[in-house]
Design a protein around this ligand. Structure first.
Ligand code: PLP
Length: 380
């Protein structure tokens, strides 16, 4: 099946008992057994598995070309499960331009359990080879990154990790499976904040993992079962429903994103625009090779460099809503230094380029003329 078909049919069947075309929301914590240990359909207790969550997990595996999907109560619960594969003393190498919450769970939570984290710039894969030690067990990357839209060459990195028995996990939240499938590029684990494009309607917080290797899938399922960070049946249904329109939505997000990036890059008040679809993006060639489109996420700063300009712009927006999060049908604007990336120490944040005049946009699927008019009046 091709992608547009897979989001609707991939590993998805009508409910076997009634023929219901949509998977029912199985609001049950437990399942009647015929005799001790003799289960009717393999279900025992909903922390272990639940038919609605299972349907979502199967659909996730299909759209990311993996063998096992797992659905969690949030993106960070999914990240938490990956880190629990590791042992004290193990080292993780992560990108230096990460979602703020990923940085927080690494440094504020897991360093306490003696995991070591190194943050590097993946622009130069030879730097990765230098950073790897015999203790390195996991490489964690985002591509494109949040909020600076930097790309990581997943295939090149996977060649390095495969030689050394190191796991490569890719946070694929920004691209979504419509634009990029990291498992096909050699990653071992793909992670999503399903809160974003997979759910797509800003109505649910959820996370996902997909992997190809069966025994890794078993280990991650054991962690999910043992730690309990599962997604409930109703939320599983919402994400499953979101996935059905993922292809249509991301297509429009990308069309609108490209037009808005072009518009901003020609605006006299705008400094730099960070969008992989622009020819001026330093990794535009890699973006064309690695992604099937450029998506709806972009960020920009002001020529003046002034914090006040960014704040004034954000206050003036009418259609773009000033809010955390991204990937929903509605356009959102975010101010990384005070919102999504406030957990990164200021000195480090500025070093990375997450300056006080940086604005991030999640371009929605509205009519692009209305979005352009909104930006025009707010910049004016
Ligand atoms: C939102 C987000 C997360 C965290 O996901 P939650 O669902 O909020 O826990 C992780 N990575 C990226 C890139 C995100 O945008």
């Amino acid at each position: 099946m091709k992608f547009n078909t897979k989001v609707i049919h991939g590993n998805q069947q009508a409910e076997p008992h009634t023929g219901a075309v949509n998977v029912p929301v199985f609001l049950t914590s437990t399942f009647a057994q015929e005799s001790p240990g003799k289960l009717r359909a393999g279900y025992e207790y909903s922390r272990g598995s639940n038919p609605t969550r299972q349907a979502l997990e199967d659909a996730l595996a299909s759209i990311e070309n993996g063998t096992r999907g797992l659905a969690f109560g949030s993106g960070l619960a999914a990240t938490d499960a990956v880190l629990k594969l590791l042992n004290p003393g193990d080292e993780v190498i992560a990108g230096d331009d990460l979602y703020g919450g990923s940085y927080r769970i690494f440094t504020k939570l897991f360093e306490k359990y003696q995991l070591k984290f190194k943050f590097i710039n993946f622009d130069h894969p030879e730097k990765l080879a230098e950073a790897i030690t015999e203790k390195t067990r996991l490489i964690w990357v985002e591509s494109p990154t949040n909020p600076l839209m930097k790309l990581v060459d997943i295939e090149t990195i996977s060649r390095i990790t495969k030689e050394q028995d190191i796991l490569l996990a890719v946070d694929n939240t920004f691209a979504s499976p419509y634009l990029q499938n990291p498992l096909d590029l050699g990653a071992d684990i793909v992670m999503h904040s399903a809160t974003k494009y997979l759910g797509g309607h800003s109505d649910v917080v959820a996370g996902a993992l997909v992997c190809k290797e069966k025994s890794l899938g078993e280990q991650l399922h054991f962690i999910q079962f043992a730690s309990g960070g599962i997604l409930g049946p109703h939320d599983s249904y919402l994400v499953l429903r979101g996935i059905k329109t993922l292809a249509l939505r991301v297509q429009r997000h990308s069309e609108n994103g490209e037009k808005i990036a072009q518009y901003l890059s020609n605006h006299p008040k705008v400094g730099q625009v960070f969008y992989p679809g622009l020819a001026s993006h330093p990794q535009h060639e890699l973006a064309k090779r690695q992604m099937r489109g450029f998506g709806g996420m972009l960020s920009f700063n002001f020529k003046s460099g002034a914090k006040e300009d960014a704040i004034h712009f954000l206050e003036k927006l009418k259609i773009f809503t000033l809010a955390e999060s991204l990937g929903g049908v509605e356009s959102l604007a975010n101010y990384p230094c005070m919102m999504t990336h406030a957990s990164i120490p200021e000195e480090r944040r500025l070093q990375l380029g997450i300056t006080n005049d940086l604005v991030r946009l999640s371009v929605g699927i509205e009519d692009v003329e209305d979005l352009l008019n909104d930006l025009e009046q707010a910049l004016g």
